[in-house]
Design a protein around this ligand. Structure first.
Ligand code: ADE
Length: 237
């Protein structure tokens, strides 16, 4: 500590970290929601801040896109900085009619074809799981705020631009029960598991493989705010 990817000193990062994919989203969250935000790292532009929200100390840091990226940042936060809880807050593409644009999804498992877990620790299963306690706190927070959550398996993909989109997404939905696709949760849940830490993931549906709708930047911001509030209200000291 510091690490090759994080310049924070000991004690600068809170026990709970919210991780959006986009580092500028982390900056926005810190500047909009946290009191007295302090920038703890900007290595490679991956901005991380610590501040307080309603008297609770909290950090927010970008994860970057994909499992290699979140794999590095989350592993270091857990193993070098004493972080106990990471809540990923991201976006996802829907694989089904049930998950519509702007809906908020709570991941109950992540399915992946990725080699991340096998290479990382020899874990052979295609599913990794979030922490039940952290998920329950997110559920309660959403309940208090009146924000409905859709719960289910998410697909963590290594590939954003596929050649055979339609048959592939239908198979993942029908055979693996995946509601939507994103690119990070499988690795995050795996790192938390091997390091005996906690992780959870909230996602806002930003596009749909079924209806082919996409969201405007402004609409994404509004729906992102609902997901943010669920995550912020769930944070305990
Ligand atoms: N995140 C948001 N939309 C996505 C998509 N279509 N594929 C992968 N990750 C996503």
């Amino acid at each position: 500590m510091p690490t090759p990817h994080n310049s924070a000193e000991n004690g600068m990062i809170a026990k709970t970290v919210l991780m959006p994919g986009d580092p500028l989203r982390a900056k926005y969250i810190a500047e909009t929601y946290l009191e007295n935000p302090v920038l703890f790292s900007s290595v490679r532009g991956m901005l991380g801040y610590t501040g307080s929200y309603r008297g609770r100390t909290l950090s927010v840091m970008g994860s970057g896109m994909g499992m290699p990226s979140i794999g590095i940042y989350s592993y270091e936060l857990y193993s070098q900085y004493g972080v106990e809880n990471i809540i990923r807050i991201g976006s996802a593409g829907s694989y089904c009619e049930e998950a519509r644009i702007y809906d908020v999804v709570l991941a109950t498992a992540a399915f992946s074809e990725s080699s991340f877990a096998r290479v990382q620790s020899g874990y052979q299963e295609p599913f990794t799981y979030p922490d039940k306690g952290l998920c329950e706190r997110l559920r309660q927070s959403a309940g208090h705020l009146g924000i409905p959550l859709i719960e289910g398996v998410v697909h963590s993909s290594d590939v954003f631009y596929r050649e055979d989109r339609t048959p592939y997404y239908q198979r993942l939905h029908d055979e693996q029960g995946c509601l939507c696709v994103e690119m990070e949760s499988f690795a995050l849940f795996h790192n938390a598991s091997v390091l005996h830490k906690n992780a959870a993931c909230l996602l806002t549906i930003s596009d749909s493989f079924v209806s082919h709708e996409e969201t405007s930047a402004e609409e994404r911001q509004t729906s992102f705010t609902a997901m943010m509030q669920v995550a912020l209200e769930a944070v305990e000291e």
